[in-house]
Design a protein. Structure first.
Lengths: 229, 229
DNA sequence: TGCCAAGTATGACGTACGACCTACAAAACA
DNA sequence: TGTTTTGTAGGTCGTACGTCATACTTGGCA
């Protein structure tokens, strides 16, 4: 079992981006090789399981990124409604910044491969479960009852996934923004236990919610501006 | 411009189903030929534009089906909340009946091809616009203000699209049902002009909302039960 | 230090299958 | 019956995934 070398992780990153933008089947090994600068022959050394193993690694990476975004949004809000808006801003920025090519990291693969491919389906499920848990934690921290928090988490995940699909087709952010805002308003008025008005992890969250978040590291379709190696 | 012959429309139907289940890139012409029983050589006679033209026809067909489902749900409800539930039942039945292989007819292709492929992206946009209009019509008919109805339509579309993604990964209907139910409850309490309590087209709608709807014609993964040719 | 062997890494094929084209048959019309 | 329209099977070419023989690197031993 080869340990995580540099070119191996570069390949995973490149693959994750390509899978996100084009999906599984439209991403050829040669694309990953080219994008990562890794040699062609190394693929089956680093990933004896072939394309599927590479995909599984990319999916796991996507799970990390999602949790990270949830945590970041949690640090920029003061309640469940503004939390949803903050997460929406982060996602919208990535979508626009990639010229509507980078939506959810795994949804394309989910629709292409689930549930036929059992191993990957199980990985997809794990990512969604991690995401769900992170959302539930946020909602519970703001005083929403446990069972209700789970239902709301499912709703929020669905809205984000779906709004990304619709907006990619439209190549405009309008419908995404409208859906997120309507969702945020509903959740804002959700009944909460009054004592838990403080929210999330961060306590010193400055109210820069609607402003531009820091650009993501690996995205931005083609060469855009000097910034990241 | 060849007019719609039998084998041509059979190919479109087969393609629509395959695109829905596997996506664009994983669907080969040979699969469409096999599934439809059409002769191999006819492809470029019926579809001179190749695979893309076939896809565009399939997308248009998907638009028809969505409008049809909205109309059917509208006939089985008595308000915006139960309308959402009825539509949810229809979609859930198809998802379960296909063993979690048939989600939205176009979302997979959207994620694979939009916005790179301009022609198809424009078709995707048209389908979503038709869907949006149909929803807005329903919400307005129930007394929801015009602008608000559009926002809610965007929200509803997003929830359905996204919930299908999440549920396909989970191979369980739970999260789909939870998301739709939470959405329906929110929309149920949406402020409405009081005089328009009658809803939708049908007036003699029997309250068989939560019951099993008639199975869709072309779906059901493999041979299931005798019913449709 | 110099050499060898085990592990690590790689470019060059092969096989299979994808979309698409072309040359031919059948049918419809005049 | 000659000609246009409609419909079809076989073949071509490009590309994808996966494999393999071989080069490089590292570390132990004389």
């Amino acid at each position: 079992m080869p340990r995580s070398t540099d070119s191996r992780s570069r390949m995973i990153k490149a693959a994750a981006q390509l899978f996100r933008q084009r999906g599984y089947h439209a991403t050829a090994f040669s694309d990953v090789v080219e994008a990562s600068g890794a040699p062609r022959g190394s693929i089956y050394f680093h990933f004896p399981g072939g394309k599927q193993e590479l995909a599984r690694e990319a999916v796991a990476l996507a799970g990390d990124e999602i949790e990270q975004m949830v945590a970041e949004a949690a640090g920029h809000c003061d309640g469940p409604g503004s939390f949803v808006r903050a997460l929406g801003d982060l996602v919208a920025a990535r979508l626009e910044g990639s010229d509507y090519r980078s939506g959810c990291a795994i949804s394309t693969m989910v629709l292409e491969l689930a549930p036929q491919n059992e191993e990957l389906s199980s990985d997809f499920e794990k990512v969604f479960e991690r995401w769900r848990r992170a959302l539930v934690r946020q909602f519970e921290a703001s005083g929403i009852a446990a069972g209700r928090a789970t239902d709301l988490a499912n709703l929020v995940m669905s809205v984000f996934e779906g709004a990304l699909v619709v907006s990619r087709a439209a190549r405009r952010i309008d419908s995404f923004a409208a859906a997120i805002e309507a969702l945020a308003e509903f959740i804002e008025h959700e009944p909460r236990r009054p004592e838990t008005q403080s929210f999330g992890y961060a306590t010193s969250a400055d109210p820069s919610v609607g402003t531009r978040p820091p650009p993501s590291r690996t995205e931005q379709g083609s060469a855009q501006s000097p910034g990241v190696p």
